[in-house]
Design a protein around this ligand. Structure first.
Ligand code: GCU
Length: 401
């Protein structure tokens, strides 16, 4: 039966609700992961053998405040033509190591995140330059990423580019070689770009777990818009990610697909599946005009992050209607029930959503944080991110819950 309202988060279309954290973890999580793969994102291939090559170390960037490492994640068993994932990692020098880290999936190249000479514009970026896709120069996104401020807050910052993992076209990237190498799944169940990017984030996390400068219990993942959708998926599936920060992730991200109750006027499933079918598996577009037939909704994806922490940074419906901020807020509210299963408390709707301002000292581990800002990243959002991370990655002097 099609459902106009999102199903209760403890239900997945079978009318049964799990009532304990153990049942959620043991029965629901595995089924939910499979349903999200089957209806929305598709499967990613198993990870092939990989090698982490630290190709460069530059000890004095940001006037000595950070060390920059440039790492290549290589896959020796894949054909030579398979791309490598290039990771840039900034580690603060004035803190006690190991450090908490924020991984940010960028969409324009690692060279854009900071104006540092070691981050030269790679040849592949020049080759990609077309009339439609102009090349961004070194440091052109420095204001957006605020890497220096991240270092000053005592966090390491790691970044890799979507292009290395999946080119965001109907042609698959790295994961195509993995499928060929490891055996395939039926075409309609193969993951699209979002599943591939999430897969790539997990490979980067694996490097960070091996780097002695990084605390392995304090890895956060951040992504914006389409990268935010992929980051949420990675955070939902990969429990090594301690904090997930999907920023203005919208449809197929935090925002519910069933949106009637929120009067959201932004992107619909039909629009996203028509414009970007290569982000999904082959089935998602078939439900596009009838989302009530999905047994799940996006709050289920959010709930897979529990009991770890999630900060959904959002805009307002006035400033960024396309991302459906109200449908995102409702998704967070509905998902928070799963955090309640473990705690002797019930988070109220007000506790899990905040309009602007500073993050309170006792922020719950799931929070919708809204600012009246355009579809971009700003220093104010970063401040909220680091204030939240201080608490939930137990960093700095802020007391943790
Ligand atoms: C398009 C798409 C959105 C996506 C955005 C982006 O606008 O419709 O779903 O979030 O691109 O990634 O910037």
């Amino acid at each position: 039966m099609p459902q106009a309202d999102p199903p209760h988060v403890l239900e997945i279309g079978d009318g049964e609700r799990v009532e304990s954290a153990t049942a959620w973890r043991e029965q629901r999580r595995p089924r939910l992961k499979a349903l999200l793969r089957q209806y929305v994102y598709g499967y990613a291939p198993p990870a092939p053998r990989r090698r982490f090559d630290v190709d460069e170390v530059h000890e004095s960037v940001f006037a000595g405040a950070a060390t920059l490492k440039r790492i290549a994640i290589r896959f020796p068993d894949l054909p030579q033509a398979a791309p490598e994932i290039r990771l840039a990692l900034f580690v603060p020098t004035e803190t006690e190591t190991p450090n908490p880290a924020v991984f940010g999936l960028n969409m324009a190249g690692n060279h854009t995140v900071a104006d540092i000479s070691h981050l030269s514009v790679p040849a592949w970026a020049r080759e990609r330059e077309t009339a439609a896709e102009h090349l961004l120069e070194r440091g052109e996104r420095a204001d957006y990423w605020q890497v220096r401020e991240t270092i000053d807050r005592g966090y390491a910052f790691a970044t890799a580019c979507t292009w290395d993992i999946h080119p965001d076209t109907p042609e698959m990237g790295l994961t195509k070689y993995c499928w060929h190498h490891h055996g395939d799944v039926p075409g309609a169940l193969r993951g699209g770009a979002l599943a591939a990017w999430a897969w790539g984030i997990s490979r980067c996390v694996e490097y960070l777990l091996e780097d002695p400068d990084i605390r392995d219990d304090a890895i956060a993942a951040f992504g914006h818009s389409r990268a935010g959708k992929a980051t949420l998926l990675a955070g939902a599936l990969d429990e090594r990610i301690a904090l997930v920060i999907p920023h203005q992730s919208g449809t197929a991200g935090v925002a519910l697909s069933r949106r009637e109750a929120t009067a959201s006027s932004g992107e619909t499933v039909e629009q996203i599946a028509t414009a970007f079918p290569h982000w999904f598996n082959g089935y998602y577009p078939m439900f596009a005009t009838d989302v009530g037939r999905f047994p799940i909704d996006q709050h289920h994806l959010v709930a897979l992050v529990a009991p770890r922490a999630i900060l959904a940074t959002e805009s307002t419906p006035e400033a960024d209607a396309w991302t459906n901020p109200n449908a995102a807020r409702l998704s967070i509210r509905r998902a928070s029930t799963v955090w309640d299963l473990r705690e002797d408390q019930t988070l109220s709707d007000d506790e899990v959503s905040q309009e602007g301002g500073s993050i309170p000292d006792d922020a719950p581990p799931i929070l919708h944080y809204r600012r009246d800002a355009e579809h971009t990243m700003t220093p104010e959002y970063w401040e909220a991110v680091y204030d939240f991370a201080d608490q939930h990655l137990e960093h700095g002097s802020t007391p943790s819950r």
